[in-house]
Design a protein around this ligand. Structure first.
Ligand SMILES: [Zn+2]
Ligand SMILES: [Zn+2]
Length: 112
């Protein structure tokens, strides 16, 4: 099995229900759709995705990513930011926000 540096990403995903964004072939019919347990930042521009336990295992085995944390209520929601220090997502208006946090990009599907 080859290891790609980064996961190939497809279309933007509606993650309002926090479902896994694994989608082989980038077809909505192949969307995993299981409730996600992990949030993955694929790169430093915060391309990100959500994964269930089996697909997190796939991501760990095959792809590079910059950070991951357990899905919380803020994950992949509009207007949130990735908090690397505290391993979670936050709304930037949160007074606990430390220093500068990049705004989170819209989640995209992982296609392989
Ligand atoms: Zn999945
Ligand atoms: Zn998150």
């Amino acid at each position: 099995m080859t290891t790609e540096p980064f996961a190939p990403l497809g279309r933007e995903m509606d993650t309002s229900r926090q479902t896994c964004t694994y989608s082989p072939g980038d077809q909505s019919a192949s969307d995993c759709g299981v409730k996600a347990t992990w949030h993955i930042a694929w790169d430093t521009s915060l391309e990100n995705g959500l994964a269930c336990d089996p697909h997190m295992a796939v991501a760990r085995a095959r792809f590079m990513f910059v950070d991951t944390h357990r899905v919380g209520p803020e994950c992949a929601m509009p207007g949130t930011a990735w908090d690397f220090d505290n391993k979670r997502c936050i709304y930037p208006s949160d007074p606990a926000l430390a220093e500068t946090q990049a705004e989170e990009a819209r989640p995209k599907v992982a296609t392989a």
